[in-house]
Design a protein around this ligand. Structure first.
Ligand SMILES: Cc1ncc(COP(=O)(O)O)c(C=O)c1O
Length: 382
């Protein structure tokens, strides 16, 4: 059978070796602690669930939803951006998505033609590179270095790549490193993209997951010419990964192009889920602060244990991840597989975020304090 050749360039989404070791251990009845996936363990606020159930009484709840999202939720996101970031958006600058992963996929053909370049910093969320390749767009991989606090150095991008690029994806707060961006960086990269007619996209999946005391930032705060776009999601801060709901905001031309693709390939999200998301985004700021406080505590606990066991990590200010160095004398694979086989601990090997990240692994702190303590203390063998 002949299938799309481009699929050969794309790895399986799940790391198959780790997955098969895990399945074997589970079969044997071994206990596994999974610090691999970024799927929050925290509960969904009761008011969100209640609102979803209440919306089943609305006429037409079961019908095809509007492609661009229900007006109330778009309005809720407009208010959220105004109150949190001081950014004014209109209804044409907001689009509701079936999770931001769906949006990232639709963004590629919305902005790029076959053979265009997209600039993708590395390490990064693997979906950027995979969707680029799926759509025949060429990823230019820009390395992120710890010395630069994992902010891209745009001076390293060759002129010929700049002139062939239509899209630049950044992601702050950053998965997997936990690095955050600052005003000076955003201003510099916005100017660079504007001058070179490149659309700048910040994936803001973790915009609200920052250490208490940090200020949440949106790239749109510094984007006076409205050349940028930003993803948001209800998955991480509201513990709603399974609901599949997110959004994209910013440049109306890009939003219109994504909507054109969306109307042709999928539909809007189920309306009760959109009402649940509306309830979430309207929650008091105390809610967001309470989640930050939980991750502050987990990060501090994990940092303490890792330091005790001489595991080096990047001291970050955002997300619920820790980006760590593989102990000396181990390859990344040896370490991650041994950790799972000997101690039942799953971490994500750095190369899952691009092959520039061998020598690193990511810990996701989406487990409660007791499990973090128990699991990470097993690193004492290194
Ligand atoms: C950086 C980043 N962007 C987007 C997503 C996808 O989020 P969603 O659940 O909204 O599709 C993730 C999920 O892990 C992520 O880490």
């Amino acid at each position: 059978m002949k299938i799309n050749n481009r699929l050969n360039n794309i790895p399986e989404y799940e790391l198959s070796k780790i997955k098969s070791i895990k399945e074997e251990l589970i079969k044997k009845g071994e206990e596994i602690i999974d610090f691999g996936v970024g799927d929050p363990d925290l509960p969904v606020d009761n008011s969100i669930i209640a609102e979803m159930i209440r919306s089943f009484d609305k006429n037409g709840f079961n019908n095809y939803p509007p492609y661009d999202g229900i007006k109330e939720l778009k309005q809720g996101i407009i208010e959220y951006y105004r109150e949190t970031f001081g950014v004014n958006l209109n209804m044409n600058e907001v689009l509701i998505l079936i999770g931001s992963k769906e949006g990232i996929n639709n963004l590629m053909p919305a902005v790029c033609d076959l053979g265009d370049y997209v600039i993708i910093p590395k390490p990064s969320y693997p979906v950027y590179e995979a969707t680029a390749k799926l759509w025949g767009v060429i990823p230019y991989k820009l390395p992120l270095k710890e010395n630069d606090d994992y902010l891209p150095n745009i001076k390293l991008i060759p002129q010929e790549i700049i002139s062939r690029s239509k899209l630049f994806i950044i992601n702050y707060p950053n998965n997997p490193t936990g690095a955050i961006a600052n005003e000076a960086f955003y201003k510099e990269i916005i100017k660079f993209c504007y001058n070179n007619e490149i659309i700048l996209c910040n994936d803001g999946a973790y915009n609200e997951i920052i250490r208490s005391g940090e200020k949440p930032l949106s790239v749109l705060q510094f984007d006076y010419k409205k050349n940028c776009i930003e993803f948001g999601t209800f998955s991480k801060i509201y513990n709603m990964t399974g609901f599949r709901i997110g959004y994209i905001v910013g440049n109306s031309q890009v939003i219109k192009a994504i909507l054109k693709i969306k109307t042709n390939v999928d539909s809007g999200q189920f309306m009760p889920i959109q009402y649940a998301a509306l309830k979430a985004i309207k929650l008091d700021r105390n809610y967001v602060n309470s989640i930050r406080y939980i991750y502050d505590r987990r990060i501090a606990l994990a940092e303490d244990i890792l330091s005790k066991h001489n595991i080096n990590f990047y001291k970050n200010s955002g997300t619920f991840y820790l980006w760590c160095k593989v102990p000396k004398d181990y390859t990344t694979n040896e370490f991650c597989e041994e950790l799972l086989k000997k101690s039942g601990i799953i971490v994500t090997p750095g190369y899952a975020f691009g092959n520039l990240s061998y020598g690193h692994f990511r810990i996701s702190l989406t487990k409660d304090d007791k499990i973090i303590e128990k699991g990470l203390n097993k690193l004492d063998i290194y």
